[in-house]
Write a protein that binds this ligand. Structure first.
Ligand code: HAM
Length: 431
C-alpha cells in the first residue's frame, strides 16, 4: 500500500467541515476589515525565499522543499506566504494601484521539512494577511486587531498576545553589534544551535527554547532598549493604539521571530489550550519595511500576520462552533423503484430551493433506508411510493417526534421551510 508522506495528512469529510467553518469566519472577518483575497502559486523560484526569509533562518537552512524542474531551474514549495505576496505585489505593480494601502489576505498550504509532531506538520496551512503601502503605526494596530477579532469570532479566548519592536534597520544594526559584543565571551555557555546563531543570526539567541532560562540569555541586551527615536515613536503609537482598543497584550522583550525580514513591530498570539502542547503559537507576524525594496520593488512599508490553521483547529477542539444538530434537512425514502423519476424531480426541486436532501443509491431495503437517514442525521423522512404517487402527496415524518403528516407535493417545499423556521432549526437558515 502506498502511504501518505510523513508530516502530511488527509482531511477527511468530518474534519473538512471544520475547515470550511474556520475559512467562512476568515472571509467574514476579512470583509469587515476590508481585506481582499489574493492567491499565489504554491511554488516559486527558490531565490525568492533565500532573499526574503533569509539564508541564515532555520526555514531556508533546513526546512525548504527544493527541486529542480525539467528546465534545470531551482524551485521551492512555499514555506510561508509573505514573500510570494510581496513578489506578486511587485510583479503586478499593486504598489501603484490608486487604492492604497493594499490590504490582502490568503489561505493555503505551506511546506516545511520540520520534525512532525502535534501542531507541526510538513504540509500545513496558513491564513495570512498583509497590509502593503503604509508606515502608519495604526496599520500595525489594524493587523493585530484583525488577528484578535478573528480569534474572538471563533470564540478562542484563552490566549496571550505578545508584542515587541526590533526597530528600524539602523536600530537593528546598533543592537546587533551590542549583542555580539555581549555574547562573545559567553558563547561556550550557549547551546549548540545558539553557538551557530551567534555568528549567523545572534538575535535568535533571545527566543531559543533550550536556552530560555540560561542566565546569559536572560541578562542579554534587548532590541527594545536600542530603538532609534523614530522607531521608539512608532512603537509607542502602536502600544497606545492597542490600549485604545482595550486589547489585552504584554510586551515581550525577547520576542524576535524566526524570519529575517522583520523591522519594528513583531507579535505573536499563543494559545493556553493543553491541546497545543509545545507548539502553542497560533499566529505570528510583524512589520517588514525593507523587504519590498530588497526584492526589487520601490521602497514600500508593510506589515502582516499568519495563522497556522492546524493549530487553530487544535485550540478549537470540542468547540460548540462545530456542533450541528442535523446534517441534512430530509432523506427521501423510496418505497417503490417504479417512481424513481418522480423522486428525482421532487428532490431536485427541494434542493434548488436550498434544502439539503439525500436519498438512496444502493437499492436498500426500507429499514436500511431509515437507518441511513438516521446516520445522516436527517430531520425529516420523505416517504413516497405508489399510493403517494397516485394521490400526489408525500408523507413527511419528523425523525425526532415520529409525527407524520401527508403534504401535497406542490406544497412540500413551503411546508418544510415553514417547519424549519418555526422550530428555529439550528443551522437551517444559514444553509
Ligand atoms: P511563522 O511564524 O513562520 O510566520 O508562521 C506563522 C504560523 O504558522 C505559526 O505561528 C504557526 O501557527 C504556523 N506554522 C508554522 N510552521 C508550522 C508547521 N510546520 N506546522 C504547523 N503550523 C505551522 C510566517 O510564516 C510569516 N510569513 C508571518 C507573517 C506574515 N509575517 C508578516 N506577515
Amino acid at each position: 500500500m502506498i502511504r501518505r508522506i510523513k508530516g502530511t495528512y488527509d482531511i477527511l469529510p468530518e474534519e473538512s467541515e471544520k475547515w470550511q467553518k474556520i475559512e467562512d469566519v476568515m472571509h467574514k472577518v476579512a470583509r469587515i476589515f476590508n481585506f481582499k483575497e489574493i492567491r499565489t502559486p504554491i511554488f516559486e523560484a527558490s531565490e525568492l525565499f533565500h532573499r526574503s526569509v533569509g539564508e541564515t533562518s532555520d526555514i531556508v537552512k533546513k526546512e525548504t522543499y527544493d527541486f529542480q524542474d525539467r528546465g534545470n531551474r531551482s524551485n521551492t514549495l512555499r514555506p510561508e506566504g509573505t514573500a510570494p505576496i510581496v513578489r506578486a505585489v511587485i510583479e503586478n505593480k499593486l504598489y501603484a494601484d490608486p487604492s492604497q494601502p493594499q490590504k490582502l489576505y490568503y489561505f493555503g498550504p505551506m511546506f516545511r521539512y520540520e520534525r512532525p509532531q502535534k501542531g507541526r506538520q510538513r504540509q500545513f496551512h496558513q491564513f495570512g494577511a498583509e497590509v502593503i503601502g503604509s508606515n502608519s503605526p495604526l496599520v500595525d494596530v489594524e493587523i493585530i486587531n484583525f488577528a484578535i477579532t478573528y480569534l474572538n469570532a471563533l470564540d478562542i479566548k484563552d490566549v496571550i498576545v505578545k508584542v515587541n519592536s526590533l526597530g528600524d534597520k539602523q536600530s537593528k544594526e546598533t543592537y546587533l553589534n551590542v549583542l555580539r559584543d555581549y555574547l562573545k565571551p559567553n558563547v561556550d555557555k550557549l547551546c549548540e544551535d545558539c553557538q551557530r546563531r551567534y555568528i549567523e543570526n545572534p538575535m535568535r539567541v533571545l527566543d531559543c527554547k533550550i536556552d530560555q532560562k540560561n542566565p546569559v540569555v536572560l541578562s542579554a541586551p534587548k532590541p527594545l532598549d536600542y530603538l532609534s527615536d523614530s522607531a521608539k515613536y512608532h512603537f509607542d503609537h502602536v502600544i497606545s493604539g492597542l490600549k485604545a482598543l482595550e486589547l489585552d497584550f504584554e510586551i515581550d522583550k525577547n520576542l524576535v521571530r524566526g524570519l529575517d525580514y522583520y523591522t519594528h513591530t513583531v507579535f505573536e498570539v499563543l494559545s493556553k489550550s493543553d491541546q497545543l502542547g509545545s507548539q502553542s503559537t497560533i499566529v505570528g507576524g510583524g512589520r517588514y519595511n525593507d523587504l519590498i525594496s530588497e526584492l526589487g520593488g520601490p521602497d514600500t512599508p508593510a506589515v502582516g500576520f499568519a495563522f497556522g490553521a492546524e493549530r487553530l483547529l487544535l485550540a478549537l477542539e470540542d468547540s460548540p462552533l462545530f456542533k450541528t444538530e442535523i446534517e441534512i434537512h430530509a432523506y427521501f425514502i423510496n418505497l417503490d423503484n417504479m417512481f424513481e423519476n418522480d423522486a428525482l424531480k421532487i428532490i431536485n426541486d427541494l434542493r434548488l430551493g436550498g434544502l439539503m436532501i439525500d436519498y438512496d443509491f444502493l437499492n436498500r431495503s426500507l429499514k436500511a433506508q431509515f437507518k441511513q437517514a438516521d446516520r445522516l442525521k436527517a430531520k425529516y423522512y420523505l416517504i413516497y411510493g405508489q399510493k403517494e404517487a397516485e394521490e400526489q402527496i408525500i408523507n413527511v415524518k419528523d425523525s425526532d417526534t415520529g409525527k407524520q403528516v401527508s403534504v401535497p407535493i406542490n406544497d412540500l417545499y413551503d411546508y418544510l421551510v415553514q417547519q424549519f423556521q418555526s422550530n428555529n432549526c439550528e443551522g437551517c437558515s444559514s444553509r
